[in-house]
Design a protein around this ligand. Structure first.
Ligand SMILES: Nc1ncnc2c1ncn2[C@@H]1O[C@H](COP(=O)(O)OP(=O)(O)OP(=O)(O)O)[C@@H](O)[C@H]1O
Ligand SMILES: [Mg+2]
Length: 392
C-alpha cells in the first residue's frame, strides 16, 4: 500500500509505538507518523493531509475528542480511527459524535484492525491504494529453490498475519508447475487457466472461488494441468489475474519460471519486488549476473531487486563476498543449505517450519516471511537465533 500516510496521535510514546506496530503488521508499507502533541495535530493534518489519523481516547472527557472534532470538520476526507483502552458505550457515542469513523479496542486485534481499515479505505475512496504487495520469486537457473522459497514465504506470511486474505500464491510455471504438490493441495477444481479465461469478469469473489486453501490459510492458485487449458489466454489475461490478486490479498507471491518471456514478464513487471534467487555454484551466479543486466535494461528500479542466496554453505571455491561483488546487488537474505529438512518437507507435503521448526533453513524462511509482512523480531522470542541474523 504505497504512499498512504497515517498519523498516530497519543501523548504517551509507548502507547503510540504499540499502535504503530499493530498497523505495520496490517500493512508494512503504511507510513506511520507518531504525533505526541495533540495541539499540533490539526495543523499537521491540514498541511500534510494524511489518509487517516488514529487517535487514542480513554475517557469521555479526553482532550483528544476536541482534536477529533476539529479534524473531522476540516476540508478533505481524512479518516479518523479511535483506539481506546476503556471502550465503554458512552465513550463510543462521544467519539461518533465528535466525528470518528472507526473504533478499536486496545490491545488491537488484527482481524478487527483489518476489517476496520479495509472498510475505511473503501469508504474514503482510496481503494486503489489499499492494494496488496506482489512479490515475484525468480531465478535465472533451474533448481535453485524458487518454489521452495515461494511456497514457504506465502504460507509463512499467511501464518504470521492470520487475517482474512493475508496471502496467496500463484504458480506462474505454465507447464510443470509444482506449487500445488509442494503445498500438498491434492484436490483442486480450478487453476490459473480458469482465472485467466475469466479475467474480464474476475473480481475478488470469483477469484476466491478459484483458489484452494493451504493449511496455513494461504490461498493457492495452481498452474494449469496441461497447456491446452491455456488456449486463447495471452499475457495480458495473466496480468489481469495478478492485478485481481493484488486487490484481494495483502500479499501475493508469484512462483516464477526461469525464463524471461512474454508471460513471465507480466509477473516480473507487475511485481513490487523480485526476490532473485541464486545459489553458490558458478552457472547460477553467471546467470544471475545476466538476469540483473536484463532487469537493468528493463529499467527496473535497483531496489526492486532483492538478492537471496539459497543453499548457502561455507565454500572454499566461492565466497559470499565474491557472489555479491559479481552480481552487483547487496545481499538481502541468506538461506542455509539444509537438505534434510527440505527433503522431509517435500516428501511429507509440509512447510519447512512444520517439518522441523528448529532447522536453520526453516528459521531463515520464517524470518523472511515475518520481515516481508513487517513483523517485529520479538514476535518469535522462542527462537535462539536473532531474526535478522540471516541478513548481512
Ligand atoms: N535451502 C535448501 N537446502 C537444501 N536443499 C534445498 C534448499 N532449497 C531448495 N532445495 C532443494 O533444491 C531442489 C530445487 O528446489 P526447488 O524445486 O524449490 O527449486 P526451483 O528453482 O523451483 O526448481 P525448478 O527449476 O524445478 O522450478 C529441491 O530438491 C529442493 O529440495
Ligand atoms: Mg520451481
Amino acid at each position: 500500500m504505497a504512499d498512504v500516510t497515517i498519523f498516530v496521535l497519543h501523548p504517551n510514546e509507548q502507547y503510540c509505538q504499540e499502535i504503530i506496530q499493530a498497523f505495520q503488521s496490517y500493512d508494512s508499507d503504511l507510513e506511520l507518523v507518531a504525533i505526541a502533541d495533540l495541539r499540533d495535530a490539526p495543523n499537521r493534518v491540514r498541511e500534510e493531509q494524511p489518509a487517516a489519523v488514529v487517535v487514542g481516547v480513554d475517557t469521555p472527557n479526553d482532550p483528544a475528542l476536541k482534536s477529533i472534532d476539529t479534524i473531522s470538520n476540516m476540508p478533505g476526507d481524512v479518516g479518523i480511527v479511535v483506539v481506546s483502552k476503556e471502550p465503554t458505550q458512552r465513550l463510543l457515542v462521544s467519539c461518533m459524535r465528535a466525528g470518528s469513523d472507526e473504533f478499536l479496542e486496545f490491545p488491537i486485534d488484527r482481524d478487527e484492525l483489518a476489517k476496520a481499515m479495509d472498510g475505511l479505505f473503501r469508504r474514503k475512496g482510496i481503494a486503489s491504494q489499499t492494494q496488496g504487495k506482489v512479490t515475484a520469486v525468480f531465478s535465472a537457473s533451474g533448481g535453485t529453490g524458487v518454489t521452495t522459497i515461494a511456497c514457504n514465504l506465502a504460507a509463512g506470511m499467511a501464518a504470521c498475519l492470520q487475517t482474512p486474505h493475508a496471502a496467496c500464491i500463484m504458480d506462474m510455471n505454465l507447464q510443470f508447475g509444482s506449487v500445488a504438490l509442494v503445498m500438498d493441495v491434492r484436490e483442486f477444481s480450478h487453476t490459473l487457466a480458469d482465472a485467466a479465461h475469466e479475467h474480464e469478469r474476475l473480481d475478488e469473489n470469483l477469484l476466491s472461488s478459484f483458489m484452494s486453501t493451504h493449511a496455513s490459510g494461504c490461498a493457492v492458485l495452481p498452474s494449469p494441468l496441461s497447456l491446452q487449458e491455456l488456449e486463447g489466454v495471452d499475457p495480458w489475461d495473466l496480468r489481469g489475474v495478478i492485478q485481481t490478486c493484488r486487490k484481494s490479498y495483502t500479499h501475493t507471491v508469484l512462483d516464477m519460471p526461469h525464463s524471461v518471456d512474454d508471460c513471465s514478464l507480466v509477473g516480473l513487471d507487475e511485481a513490487d519486488e523480485i526476490f532473485l534467487v541464486c545459489d553458490m555454484v558458478l552457472p547460477a551466479i553467471r546467470n544471475t549476473i545476466q538476469a540483473v543486466e536484463v532487469f537493468h535494461e528493463l529499467e527496473y528500479k535497483p531496489d526492486k531487486l532483492k538478492l537471496i542466496i539459497n543453499r548457502f554453505y561455507d565454500s572454499d571455491q566461492v565466497s559470499l563476498d565474491e557472489v555479491v561483488e559479481h552480481v552487483k546487488l547487496p545481499l538481502f537474505w541468506l538461506i542455509p543449505y539444509d537438505s534434510q529438512v527440505v527433503i522431509t518437507s517435500l516428501n511429507s507435503g509440509q512447510m519447512l517450519e512444520a517439518a522441523d521448526a528448529e532447522s536453520p533453513a526453516a528459521h531463515s524462511l520464517m524470518a523472511l516471511a515475518q520481515h516481508t509482512v513487517g513483523l517485529a523480531p520479538s514476535v518469535r522470542p522462542k527462537k535462539k537465533r536473532g531474526l535478522f541474523s540471516w541478513v548481512r
